[in-house]
Ligand binder design. Structure first.
Ligand code: ASP
Ligand code: MG
Length: 419
């Protein structure tokens, strides 16, 4: 049994969907579960719709129309003469969404976000499933919400693994054994039966959850790039594709900013040693990248990963007393409490410096609170560069003309915070 994941770029227009059918044609006789994201940039548009709905602006109507039109353009090209009842299904989904937008919002933004934004995946999978069925790739559409159970942390649902595992093993597995299944990434259902999303770009994670619970033989993420590259080709002309990565290295790269795989994806796969293939949907015959090889078999090229939008926060005691355990533990709990994520940290006798993902509200609130007890300095608009296998790295190429505000080295990586 295999799990495939197709992201937004792979279904961004009618030709792209036709190409998905071509890729899947090679697997028609296999047991495959296919996880699909919202089409193209639909999730961004849906976020705009949520804002308009929540702020009660007229953009609500125009954005809804724009989303509908975008999908109907694709439908018209893919299913021109369809008489299929799936057409009614899709029409009904838009009516449902429109009804949702009629209701007055309460002040739980994140809840409304999830109820609305999840439609991108529902609509996308309906269209692709219908098209594939008409193109002769018989498949069954299934609602991921009936399988992925979460708590009710809206916009970042925490998976209830035992419940999810039970549902997938009992109900979904026997279906995948008989027929190709199309389902959604990114969405699940809370304990109170509301829709919950797993965080932006969370479809990779969904694929990993399904693979874990199905005991799949592999997961393939189909991308518009050849595989995982050692650097962003837009920043580094000499970037090369990596053919083999260990799970640990892949987790590190994803955590520090490699956008090709969602950071949460690797862990469930690692637990069951399920290999992850990252392959091109443009050249599906090419080898791509295999995640899950042993450290010894890993490619020995340096990796250059940038994480944008970083903030450096330096915290010092007001009376020049030492920053020791008691201070550190209260500082850490404040970071956790405000949900500010630390990427790199360094401490000296009288100060503690961290590089964090910048989020205006969270960081400002945190700094205000820290300032009650400490002297705080901050610096935003920075980049974090993480270099793996740095012994042979060309560090200068990336730091030229930039100021290095913080540097940290260990056996495997060099991290620089750059202004
Ligand atoms: N459609 C969602 C997003 O764009 C989930 C995903 O693509 O993985 O964030
Ligand atoms: Mg997407």
């Amino acid at each position: 049994m295999k799990v495939f994941k197709f992201g937004g770029a792979s279904v961004k227009d009618a030709d792209a969907v036709r190409n998905v059918a071509k890729v899947l044609g090679n697997f028609a006789n296999e047991n495959v579960l296919i996880v699909i994201s919202a089409m193209g940039k639909t999730t961004n548009l849906l976020e705009k719709l949520v804002d308009a709905y929540f702020n009660r602006t007229d953009a609500k109507y125009s954005t809804f129309e724009e989303i509908k039109q975008f999908h109907y353009n694709i439908i018209d090209k893919l299913l021109p003469q369809t008489q299929s009842h799936a057409f009614d299904d899709i029409e009904n989904i838009f009516i449902e969404l429109e009804c949702l937008l009629e209701a007055e919002p309460d002040n739980n933004y994140d809840y409304h976000y999830d109820q609305i934004v999840s439609y991108g995946e529902i609509i996308s999978t309906k269209i692709v499933s219908t098209y594939l069925n008409e193109a002769g790739l018989k498949n069954r559409w299934m609602d991921a919400q009936n399988f992925i159970s979460t708590d009710n942390t809206y916009r970042e649902g925490k998976v209830n693994w035992s419940l999810t595992n039970e549902k997938i093993a009992k109900t979904l597995k026997p279906i995948v054994q008989k027929k190709m299944v199309i389902t959604q990434g990114f969405i699940g259902r809370s304990s109170v039966n509301t829709t919950v999303t797993l965080g932006r770009e969370g479809s990779d994670y969904s694929a990993a959850i399904f693979a874990f619970c199905l005991d799949a033989e592999s997961v393939t993420i189909w991308k518009d790039v050849a595989g995982v590259m050692n650097a962003d080709p837009k920043r580094f002309a000499e970037a090369v594709k990596i053919s083999g990565l260990s799970y640990n290295k892949a987790i590190e790269m994803a955590f520090y900013g490699a956008t090709v795989i969602h950071p949460k994806t690797i862990q469930p796969l690692l637990n069951k040693e399920i290999p992850l293939y990252v392959k091109s949907f443009i050249n599906p015959g090419d080898e791509g990248t295999t995640v899950g090889v042993s450290r010894e078999k890993e490619d020995q090229v340096p990796t250059y990963i940038f994480k944008q939008n970083q903030m450096l926060i330096s915290i010092a005691s007001k009376d020049f007393s030492f920053i020791v355990e008691e201070n550190l533990s209260s500082i850490f709990s404040l970071f956790a409490c405000y949900g500010v994520k630390i990427n790199v940290m360094q401490n000296s006798a009288i100060s503690f410096t961290v590089c964090v993902d910048y989020n205006e509200h969270k960081c400002n609130d945190l700094i205000n609170e820290l300032e009650q007890n400490y002297r705080v300095k901050s610096n935003s608009n920075l980049e974090l560069l993480t270099i793996g296998k740095y012994e042979s790295a060309e560090v200068n190429k990336f730091t030229e003309g930039k100021k290095i505000l913080m540097e940290q080295r260990n056996r495997r990586s060099l991290q620089l915070v750059l202004a």
